[in-house]
Design a protein around this ligand. Structure first.
Ligand code: SF4
Length: 312
């Protein structure tokens, strides 16, 4: 059955097999990142709202957990989840029905507001993003509202670290020619050291971005940055890790459900569905013929995105 708020599980290099919870309408966000996989932000806002009935979200998670056993339940999706006003109720509701860790994938832009930090204190893992220590680079990459200055965001991440006792995995997205100079990396390291996350996850543009100016950084440079950042740093760019899948709906239905949220390659599809590449390609062929998905090329790879026939 297609669910409204829950998707996957999806294999994730950052977290393992992850059951996704999407609380925000596409595409509502406090940023409009060049590299966004979901597309351009149509509602740029700093105001949290109740976009979904929290009890219904928790009910869907409970129902989905009857047919799968993910490593983690990740609040993420088509926009910025800290813009969901009942976030604390969703986190607490999920914690009540399962022992599985709850992770929050956030752009980290709103933690300067203490009430937003308070809403996320019961999550097991928080994964915010910080990609530059310079205001102009931050603006170029994330295109935030005029009043959302980088200093505020960094203060918020420090506030989060001070108030929150769970794990923080801070992600940095590197874009070739934008935030990959020695000066950028040295400044970023000193800010990240002050925030003191548990892990630093280094990423780049691995799927078709919202803006073609977002270019992938090569692995050689990512490895140099990793060694400069020290033992907490790990590279998470690359294909997700495949896992066994049992009790899932048909491969085609799963694939459609997930390409509504992010572009996938045929290899992703094969891993997600625990099937051979050839079988995955034949499912893809059928979906292409029906116009339910279409191809997009990025960095020499073919990704599949939702087709006009399948937009909801
Ligand atoms: S990448 Fe995340 S933070 Fe950036 S625009 Fe997309 S949803 Fe918002």
């Amino acid at each position: 059955m297609t669910m409204k708020y829950v998707f996957g599980p999806v294999p994730s290099r950052r977290l393992g097999l992850s059951l996704g919870v999407d609380l925000i309408p596409s595409k509502t966000c406090s940023f409009d990142c060049l590299y966004c996989e979901v597309g351009r932000t149509t509602e740029l806002t700093l105001t949290p709202l109740n976009y979904a009935p929290y009890a219904e979200v928790v009910r869907e998670v409970k129902e989905r957990l009857q047919t799968c056993r993910p490593d983690v339940i990740t609040i993420a999706g088509s926009g910025e989840p800290t813009l969901y006003a009942d976030l604390e109720k969703v986190i607490d509701g999920i914690e009540e029905i399962t022992e599985i860790d709850v992770a929050l994938l956030t752009n980290g832009s709103l933690f300067w507001r203490e009430e937003i930090v308070r809403r996320v204190l019961h999550a097991d893992i928080i994964l915010p993003t910080l990609s530059s220590a310079f205001e102009d680079t931050y603006r170029k990459i994330h295109r935030p509202p005029a009043e959302l200055h980088l200093e505020k965001v960094i203060d918020g991440l420090k506030k989060l670290r001070a108030m929150y006792h769970g794990r923080i995995y801070l992600e940095t997205i590197f874009l070739a020619g934008m935030n990959d100079t020695d000066e950028e990396i040295a400044a970023l390291k000193s800010v990240i050291d002050a925030i003191n996350p548990d892990k630093i996850q280094l990423n780049t543009v691995v799927r078709p971005p919202a803006d073609i100016r977002a270019k992938c950084l090569d692995m050689k440079r990512l490895k140099e940055i990793k060694s400069f950042f020290g033992p907490k740093a790990e590279i998470v760019a690359g294909a997700p890790v495949g896992r066994e899948k049992k009790g899932w709906e048909s491969a085609a239905e799963d694939f459609l459900e997930m390409v509504r949220r992010r572009p996938l390659t045929a290899a992703d599809m094969a891993r997600l569905s625990n099937m051979g590449l050839q079988d995955a390609q034949s499912v893809i062929k059928g979906l292409l013929m029906k116009g339910m998905i279409k191809k997009r090329e990025h960095s020499g790879d073919i990704f599949y995105v939702v087709g006009e026939e399948n937009v909801q």
